[in-house]
Design a protein around this ligand. Structure first.
Ligand code: NDP
Ligand code: 13P
Length: 348
């Protein structure tokens, strides 16, 4: 495809920012990868590696590392925000000290902010004055950085309130190993991507306890049911949850050793405590904060989210993981399609 060469800044030099910088460089764009650790940026520029986050991978030499945010943003209209959810506000604030240009922000993170209960696009809109923010686009889907950096076939979805801007982002990233779809359901795309991490933690716990494929299939399916239940109450389309950012991302995260959320859950299931687990991981485990946010959202929207609820008590109230599973399995009997029966007038 004929493609215009764009200038793109990627903020966050962890696994996902680096893998996405590789996709953009493969597509011929000018890519500036900003990170706050200058030794790591030096490694990227001198050795074309980012060993901590993508071991064994050689980066295209056109990916240029920047430790100055000001320099990375100079002349940039397109900014990829690839830091963990809890760092987004801080990085946006620093960004605004460094630029007076209006930009399109593409956020690729998966979380919900506890207490404010905002989705990431809403946090960005809250932080940035309208005159500096042309639009926010989310890019999400089943996409482990490790596999993207090997150029293995991957599919993701972009969404925005302004779909013409989402289409620009589709054109920016799409190539024959990284296929990008559009979906206008911004709420559904963000909720699916964020909440799948809760279920991935639970799936890891189940595997760590020695339970098998039946338990994992149950968690994925019933997890999707509770994510969709909440998402629809928040204004999402139910169809989005059967797509890449719903069931697609649930499958990839609940079944892969690449997933930090699954791995963290696995260690919890094997008996480690949360602090030890997070210390050992050395990378972001978004599902922990998102569990807190989803627990609060379930209360706010009066939605039943039994798996989220059980995980919340394991993470924050020292409930033993096995007791949490026993509690889930001994819940009051119910109809599988509870919400459908509500719609059909309570027929059982
Ligand atoms: N990895 C993946 O496969 C995918 C990840 N995502 C999402 O992308 C987001 C980023 O994750 P990922 O790259 O994997 O995380 P990593 O843990 O691999 O990397 C996080 C990066 O962000 C940096 N960082 C943390 N806090 C700040 C801060 N305050 N200012 C500047 N930089 C900061 C870290 O720096 P330092 O090294 O100093 O800690 C590190 O470079 C998450 O929301 C995740 O859910 C989405 C799809 C796939
Ligand atoms: O979002 C991801 C894959 O789509 C990555 O998941 P983890 O953060 O659990 O590694």
């Amino acid at each position: 495809m004929d493609r215009k060469r764009e200038k793109v800044a990627v903020l966050g030099a962890g696994s996902w920012g680096t893998a996405l910088a590789m996709v953009l460089a493969d597509n011929g764009h000018e890519v500036r990868l900003w990170g706050h650790n200058s030794a790591q940026i030096e490694e990227i520029n001198q050795n074309h590696t980012n060993k901590k986050y993508l071991p064994g991978i050689t980066l295209p030499s056109s990916v240029m590392g920047y430790s100055s945010l000001h320099a990375a943003l100079d002349g940039m209209k397109m900014v990829i925000m690839a830091v963990p959810t809890k760092a987004i506000r801080e990085v946006i604030r620093k960004m605004m000290e460094s630029t007076s240009e209006s930009v399109i922000i593409v956020h690729v993170s998966k979380g919900i902010e506890p207490d404010s209960l905002l989705r990431i696009s809403e946090m960005i809109e809250e932080e940035m004055p309208e005159k500096l923010l042309e639009s926010v686009v989310v890019l999400s889907g089943p996409s482990h950085a490790e596999e993207v950096s090997l150029r293995h076939p991957t599919t993701v979805t972009v969404s925005s309130k302004k779909m013409d801007e989402a289409e620009k982002v589709q054109d920016l990233f799409i190539n024959n190993h990284f296929r990008v779809y559009t979906n206008p359901d911004l709420i559904g795309v963000e909720i699916g991507g964020a909440l799948k991490n809760i279920i991935a933690l639970a799936a890891g716990i189940s595997d760590g306890l020695g339970y098998g494929d039946n338990a994992k299939a149950a968690l994925i399916t019933r997890g999707l049911a509770e994510i969709a239940r909440l998402g629809v109450k928040m204004g999402a389309s139910p169809l989005t949850f059967s797509g890449l950012t719903g069931i697609g991302d649930l499958i990839v995260t609940c079944t892969s050793i690449h997933s930090r959320n699954w791995r963290a859950g696995n260690m919890l299931g094997k008996g480690q405590n949360l602090d030890e687990v997070l210390e050992n991981m050395g990378m972001v485990v978004e599902g922990v904060r998102t569990t807190k946010a989803a627990y609060q959202l379930a209360q706010k929207f009066e939605v039943k989210m039994p798996i989220t609820n059980a995980l919340y008590h394991v993470l924050f109230n020292n409930v033993n993981p096995k007791d949490a599973v026993d509690g889930l399995m001994s819940r009051e009997k119910t109809h599988e399609m509870e919400d459908l029966t509500d719609i059909l007038g309570g027929r059982k």
